[in-house]
Design a protein. Structure first.
Length: 192
């Protein structure tokens, strides 16, 4: 059975690291999804536009990267809407919401639904943000892909040097698993 892998990148864009990730994705003919933080995208709009122009999809990852679980509905709404105002001008922006840390509750679900967004999580974690060491995060991601079923949504972060510099190695090792295809964002499962 062919295993399908979707690559996603959170917390950007970063004017130095994101273009490196974009170059690698282009070289490998992979379309990814970038879940951007509003107040990070605002001063880096030229980089965010490069992501869109390259055909990658963009989702909402709040405005300040505050954990939304436990917040009031008005606070949750502000985090999503403030980012939406910044990101909605990007041509490949979708109403896909990824809660920081993947944590959400009934209030978050209600606000997300009211605003017409879908929650999009992942089922393969590399923890590139913890180690910032490719000798740790690459094998962790590969193990996660091998351990999951035929649909793997992988979370990485396009703001770290280790991720940008070693995403090609990661892709090569994914391909080496065998019988793998890289999925397009439009058919990415929205794990919740």
């Amino acid at each position: 059975m062919t295993k399908k892998v979707w690559l996603t990148f959170d917390d950007g864009p970063n004017e130095l690291k994101t273009p490196t990730v974009l170059d690698v994705l282009k070289k490998n003919n992979i379309t990814a999804t970038f879940f951007m933080i509003g107040n990070v995208a605002a001063p880096n709009l030229s980089t965010a536009k490069k992501v869109a122009l390259a055909g990658h999809f963009i989702g909402n990852h709040t405005n300040t990267h505050q954990t939304v679980k436990g917040l009031s509905k008005s606070e949750i709404r502000k985090e999503i809407v403030d980012a939406d105002v910044i990101l909605k001008g990007l041509s490949t922006y979708k109403k896909w919401f990824r809660p920081p840390k993947g944590e959400y509750d009934a209030n978050v679900s209600a606000v997300v639904g009211d605003l017409g967004f879908d929650i999009v999580k992942w089922n393969v974690e590399t923890e590139d943000y913890l180690s910032k060491d490719h000798t740790k995060w690459v094998p962790m991601g590969i193990d996660g892909i091998k351990a999951n079923g035929d649909k793997c949504v992988v979370i990485n972060h396009d703001i770290y040097e280790s991720t940008a510099d070693y995403v090609q190695e990661f892709i090569d090792k994914i391909k080496a698993i065998g019988d793998i295809t890289f999925g397009h964002p439009t058919d990415m499962p929205h794990f919740k």
